[in-house]
Write a protein that binds this ligand. Structure first.
Ligand SMILES: Nc1ncnc2c1ncn2[C@@H]1O[C@H](COP(=O)(O)OP(=O)(O)OP(=O)(O)O)[C@@H](O)[C@H]1O
Length: 644
C-alpha cells in the first residue's frame, strides 16, 4: 500500500469502504472514509486492501485488475452490475450476478450466434462464452466436459443452467427440438421438485446434473438428467414462511371437479402437509400454474392415465399426512389411529391401492425378522408408540413422494432419448455453501457436498495447474491452499464419521439427537475441524448446549449445526412392513414406483405382506407370528439390520 493512496477497509456495518489510512496501530489501522472526512473507524491490518487508481473503471476479467483482492473484485463486479453487465470473468471462471429483471438482448438468438466458435476473452464475459469453451474443448480433446454452477439460493443457478442448455442445443443441434423439449419438460420437473422458500419463490430443492450428449460429429443427439438430494424433509414439515412442493397447491387449486372428487381433494388448509406455511402467495398463481403444468405434461407426451397416476399418488401423500395417532389405552404401550383420522386413512389406502386394515396395522406396528438366537427368521410384530407411528407415517410419505419424483425424472428423460453418444457436456446445478443463523441437517448435507466440490476444485484447478506450470518451467509463485480432506473424513469416514455415527444412532432402540451429538463430540474431542457451539464467535450459537449442536470448520467458514431433528431427518428408512405393503400395492403404478426397492428387487422368495397374519392388536411383548425367511432375505428386507 502506498502512502496517501486510497484503500478499501471493512466497515463495521457497511461492507468495504474507500478511505485513507490516518493512523497505524499494532493490529489495526485507523481509516478516514473518503466520503466522510473527519470521521474515522478502525480496521484489522490484514483486511485493508489497496484500491485501484480509478474505482469507477471496470474490467471484464478480474485478473486484469492492478490489485486483485477481495475488495477490488467486489467493487469491479458492483460497478459492472450497475451498468447491466452481470457477468465478469476470473480467468476461465465466470461470476454472474442476478439482475432480477429481464435482459432480453443479453440472451437473444443474435447473441447466441455471436459467441459461436469464439475463444474465451474475445467477447464480453457471458455464460455463452463458457458453454462454447466447453464445446470446443470437448471437440478438440475428444473428452466429455462439465460446467459447475454454484451459488446461494436465488443466485440464478437454474436460470444460467437453462441458458447453457439453450446455447448448446441451438448452436450445435441437428435441427431436432431437444432444447424445446428440455424447456417443455421443465415445468413438470419444477412442479414436483421446486417450492417457495424465503429466498426464492421457485427454489429448486434438489441438485441436478444435466448431460447434453453429442455424436461423433459433435452434434447434439439427446440429453439426460440425474438428480441428487431431494429435500425430503419438506414433504412433511415446512417453516412458517415456506411452502411444500408446488404440485400440492397446484393440484388443490387447479384440478378439475371430477378429479377433486375422485381424489377427495379440498382446500390446502385442510391438509397438514400444506397448512404450516403460507397457503397462497401473491406472486404465485397456483391455478394458472396447474393449467400450464398440465399443458407441459401433454406436450411431452404424458397421456391422461399417466397424469392421473401422478396426481393420485400426490393426493394419497396428502391424505396420509392427516392420519393421527393416540395412545392405545391398553397395556400394550402401543398406539391406535384416532377416530377423526379414519377417513384420511381410508382415502390414503384407496389412492395408494392398499388394504385399509393393512395400512392401519403397518402404521401402528413394526414387523421384524429375527436374525439370531432361537428360531431364525421368525416374524415379530412390535407395537409402535405415538411418536414412532408419526415417524413411520412421515417416512412412508417421504418414500412415496421421493419415488414419485424419481419417476418424474425418468419420465422427463424419455423426452430426449438417444441410442449412443460420443461425449457429453454436463451442467451441475447444485446449491452452494449455506450458512444461516440456524443450520440443520439440510445445510449439513449441502455443505458436505460443497466440501467435496471444493476438493475437486483444489485438485483440478490448483494442484494440477501448478504441476503443469512446474513441468513447463514457468516461474509462477506457488499458490497455497488448505487441503480439506480432514473435513471430508470427519463427515464420511467409516465408523467414526458424522454420517456413520448418525446411521448408528438410528439403529438404536431409543435414538436421540442428544446422544448422537455427544457421540460426535466424544469421538472427535481434539479434531481441528470440530468444536462445541459455545466456542462460536456469534452469541446466538453460544446459547446452544454441547449436546444440541456442533461447529464444523469448513473451507468456507465455520458453521454451527443445531442437531435437533438430525436423527428424524436422517431416518427416511421405511420399516419392513410398510415397505412390503407399498411394494405389493394393488395399484400397478404405486407397485412399480417401489419395484427397485431393496425389498423386492430380485429375490425369488420375497418377504410378503400377505404372509403376516392379521391378528388382534399386538400385546406388550413382541410375539413370533410365522417362520418363513432365510438370513439372506432378511438382509434384503431391512436397510438397517435390527437384531432382536
Ligand atoms: N440472468 C437472469 N436474468 C433475469 N432474471 C434472473 C436471472 N437469473 C436469475 N433470475 C431471476 O431470479 C430468480 C431466481 O433464480 P434461480 O431460480 O435460477 O436461482 P437458483 O440459484 O437456482 O435458486 P435455488 O437454489 O433456490 O433454486 C429467477 O426466477 C429469475 O426471476
Amino acid at each position: 500500500m502506498e502512502d496517501g493512496k486510497p484503500v478499501w477497509a471493512p466497515h463495521p456495518a457497511d461492507g468495504f469502504q474507500l478511505g485513507t489510512i490516518v493512523d497505524i496501530g499494532a493490529d489495526s489501522l485507523s481509516i478516514e472514509p473518503l466520503k466522510q472526512k473527519g470521521k474515522t473507524f478502525l480496521a484489522p491490518v490484514n483486511q485493508v486492501f489497496p484500491a485501484e487508481d480509478d474505482v469507477n473503471k471496470h474490467v471484464e476479467d478480474n485478473c486484469s485488475l492492478m490489485y486483485l483482492n477481495e475488495a477490488t473484485l467486489l467493487n469491479n463486479v458492483r460497478v459492472r452490475y450497475s451498468k447491466d453487465k452481470i457477468y465478469t470473468f476470473v480467468a476461465n471462471i465466470l461470476i454472474a450476478v442476478n439482475p432480477y429483471y429481464d435482459l432480453p438482448k443479453l440472451y437473444s438468438p443474435e447473441t447466441i450466434s455471436k459467441y459461436r466458435g469464439r475463444s474465451l476473452g474475445t467477447l464480453p464475459p457471458h455464460v455463452y462464452a463458457i458453454a462454447d469453451k466447453a464445446y470446443r474443448d470437448m471437440k478438440v480433446l475428444k473428452m466429455s466436459q462439465s460446467i459447475i454452477v454454484s451459488g446461494e439460493s436465488g443466485a440464478g443457478k437454474t436460470e444460467n443452467t437453462k441458458f447453457v442448455l439453450r446455447y448448446l442445443t441451438s448452436s450445435y443441434g441437428t435441427g431436432q427440438d431437444i432444447d424445446e423439449r428440455i424447456v417443455e419438460a421443465n415445468p413438470l420437473l419444477e412442479a414436483f421438485g421446486n417450492a417457495k422458500t424465503v429466498r426464492n419463490n421457485n427454489s429448486s430443492r434438489f441438485g441436478k446434473f444435466v448431460e447434453i450428449h453429442f455424436n461423433e460429429k459433435n452434434a447434439v443427439v439427446g440429453g439426460f438428467v440425474s438428480h441428487y438430494l431431494l429435500e425430503k424433509s419438506r414433504i412433511c414439515r415446512q417453516s412458517k414462511e415456506e411452502r411444500n412442493y408446488h404440485i400440492f397447491y397446484r393440484l388443490c387449486a387447479g384440478a378439475p371437479e371430477p378429479i377433486r372428487q375422485k381424489f377427495h381433494l379440498s382446500s390446502p388448509d385442510t391438509f397438514r402437509h400444506m397448512k404450516a406455511g403460507p397457503l397462497k402467495d401473491p406472486l404465485l398463481d397456483d391455478h394458472g400454474d396447474f393449467n400450464r403444468m398440465s399443458g407441459a405434461m401433454k406436450k411431452i407426451g404424458l397421456d391422461d392415465t399417466e397424469k392421473l397416476d401422478l396426481f393420485r399418488v400426490v393426493a394419497g401423500v396428502l391424505h396420509l399426512g392427516n392420519v393421527d395417532f393416540e395412545e392405545a389405552g391398553s397395556t400394550s404401550g402401543g398406539c391406535t389411529i384416532k377416530n377423526q383420522s379414519s377417513q384420511a386413512l381410508e382415502h390414503c389406502a384407496e389412492l395408494l391401492g392398499l388394504e385399509e386394515e393393512d395400512l392401519r396395522v403397518s402404521l401402528t406396528s413394526r414387523v421384524m425378522l429375527t436374525t439370531a438366537g432361537g428360531a431364525k427368521g421368525t416374524v415379530i410384530k412390535v407395537p409402535l408408540k405415538v411418536e414412532q407411528a408419526n415417524n413411520a407415517r412421515d417416512a412412508l410419505a417421504k418414500a412415496v413422494y421421493s419415488r414419485l419424483f424419481d419417476h418424474v425424472v425418468t419420465r422427463v428423460n424419455q423426452c430426449f432419448p438417444f441410442d449412443s453418444s460420443a461425449n457429453f457436456i454436463g451442467v451441475l446445478d447444485i446449491a452452494g455453501f449455506e450458512y444461516f443463523e440456524h443450520n440443520s441437517f439440510e445445510q449439513f448435507c449441502i455443505n458436505y457436498c460443497n466440501e467435496k466440490l471444493q476438493q475437486f476444485f483444489n485438485e483440478r484447478i490448483l494442484k494440477e495447474e501448478q504441476e503443469l506450470y512446474q513441468r513447463e518451467g514457468l516461474g509462477v509463485n506457488e499458490v497455497h491452499y488448505v487441503d480439506n480432506q480432514d473435513c471430508i473424513d470427519l463427515v464420511e469416514a467409516k465408523m467414526v464419521g458424522v454420517l456413520d455415527i448418525l446411521d448408528e444412532e438410528n439403529r438404536l432402540p431409543q435414538p436421540s439427537d442428544q446422544h448422537f451429538t455427544d457421540t460426535v463430540h466424544n469421538k472427535h474431542k481434539n479434531h481441528f475441524r470440530l468444536t462445541v457451539p459455545r466456542k462460536s464467535k456469534l452469541s446466538v450459537h453460544r446459547n446452544v448446549r454441547d449436546d444440541e449442536g456442533f461447529i464444523i470448520r469448513h473451507f468456507a467458514g465455520a458453521v454451527c449445526y443445531e442437531t435437533t431433528k438430525f436423527v428424524e431427518k436422517n431416518n427416511d428408512a421405511l420399516h419392513m412392513s410398510l415397505e412390503c405393503l407399498v411394494s405389493e400395492s394393488k395399484d400397478r403404478f404405486v407397485r412399480e414406483l417401489f419395484e427397485n426397492s431393496n425389498n423386492s428387487r430380485d429375490g425369488k422368495q420375497k418377504f410378503r405382506w400377505s404372509q403376516i397374519e392379521k391378528d388382534p392388536p399386538p400385546p406388550p411383548i413382541p410375539i413370533p407370528i410365522s417362520l418363513f425367511s432365510t438370513e439372506k432375505q432378511i438382509n434384503k428386507c431391512t436397510r438397517r439390520p435390527f437384531l432382536f
